[in-house]
Design a protein around this ligand. Structure first.
Ligand code: NAD
Ligand code: GLY
Length: 349
């Protein structure tokens, strides 16, 4: 006997991203803001002056990727119970990608899921992490291996928060902008080559362009069954570099910058990209002081690491490669021999 469970789409998860207008918000529900020690010291007062709610609490977590784990999620959930949040309550993620990913994950599991709002305060989280509903934490097996797709109810981006962001963090966020330009938008790439992002108008224009690109991609492929995987350009190589260096030498965006240089070498080898185009990408990364070289100590070991990537399936590695500038290819059909030939170029000769 077969009994179907027919599920109609329960609700529309669409939402808006508001740029450079933080607004003033009155909630008739209980609200808790989740932030970290650094962002709380710098910007919490500003946010608190703009929010009223039935009850308003703040949950402050320690700062750092090393705290993106179950222990911190448990802490957030405990506080949510302590503040008696109910199923109508709202969490607000106020911080960079680490706070955003963890707040979203806590919201996705608290009493089987409550709403949350993203207010991102780093360049990386404004152009990428706050939009699209990927939430999660790390564990001893790797990065972001536990999590859920849980879309925010709204995203409020204010580029003014970036004024206090350390330059190195800003540059790491820029790597994700380059990622989007190379894979999806040649015009954005040309613009970035000539733009000065210390100019606030150009910065807002760039953030808005990236959000628009990401919104379009997520609208087409919310759960990464296809085109959304292209946002992992540079990440397949970058994750191995982060792992090999124990997450201590490079910021995520820096490892992605090196990863894009490696992916470009592979793309050149396959005739997807010219060496002139690859050099333009490298120069753009260098304009923001991003690292573009890395010495692989053990090629075989580096190659084996690819199989831990979430995109790898059926013993095949999925590579995201640029096709010239502004386009990309997603392929699992590149031979080990060609990949290792490219890796040797970065080897310890
Ligand atoms: P982060 O959240 O660690 O922030 C970087 C540093 O900047 C931290 O020390 C933070 O306290 C500080 N900071 C934040 N805002 C600040 C401000 N306005 N002024 C001064 N300091 C400020 O790192 P990140 O680069 O924002 O995010 C990286 C994380 O995002 C990783 O965990 C990554 O896995 C995740 N990520 C998620 C997605 C997604 O789609 N969900 C996409 C990309 C990255
Ligand atoms: N940052 C990649 C994604 O959201 O899919």
């Amino acid at each position: 006997m077969i009994i179907p469970v027919t599920l109609k789409k329960e609700c529309d998860n669409s939402y808006e991203v508001t740029i450079d207008d933080l607004g003033i918000h009155g909630f008739d529900t209980k609200v808790a803001i989740v932030t970290n020690t650094t962002v709380a010291n710098l910007h919490l007062k500003t946010l608190l002056s703009r929010i009223t709610a039935k009850t308003l609490n703040v949950i402050i977590i320690p700062d750092g990727e090393e705290y993106k784990n179950f222990k911190t999620i448990e802490y957030i959930l405990d506080k949510m119970f302590e503040y008696k949040l109910d199923r109508k309550s709202i969490l607000i993620a106020f911080g960079g990608g680490v706070v955003g990913d963890m707040t979203g994950f806590a919201a996705s599991i608290y009493q089987r899921g409550i709403d949350f709002i993203q207010i991102p305060t780093t360049l990386l989280s404004q152009v990428d992490a706050s939009v699209g509903g990927k939430t999660g934490i790390n564990n001893k097996y790797g990065k972001n291996l536990l999590g859920a797709f849980h879309q925010p109810k709204a995203v409020y981006i204010d580029t003014a928060f970036l004024k206090t962001l350390p330059q190195r963090e800003f540059n790491a966020g820029f790597a994700e902008i380059v990622k989007m330009a190379v894979t999806f938008d040649a015009e954005l790439f040309d613009f970035l080559e000539n733009a000065d992002l210390s100019n606030s108008d150009m910065l807002t224009r760039t953030v808005a362009k990236c959000v628009q690109l990401k919104a379009d991609i997520v609208s087409k492929d919310e759960k990464e069954m296809g085109i959304r995987a292209a946002l992992n350009y540079g990440h397949t190589f970058g994750h191995v570099i982060e792992n090999e260096t124990n997450y201590s030498e490079f910021l995520h965006g820096e490892a992605v910058a090196i990863g894009m240089v490696m992916a470009n070498k592979l793309a050149c080898e396959l005739g997807f990209m010219t060496s002139d185009e690859a050099s333009r990408v490298k120069r753009l990364l260098q304009k923001y002081d991003l690292p573009v070289s890395y010495t692989i100590k053990d090629i075989d070991d580096f190659y084996e690491h690819f199989f831990l990537d979430k995109k790898s399936a059926n013993d095949k590695i999925k590579f995201i490669l640029p096709k010239h500038l502004g386009h990309h290819a997603i392929t699992s059909e590149i031979s080990e021999k060609i990949v290792k030939k490219v890796l040797k170029h970065f080897g310890d000769n």
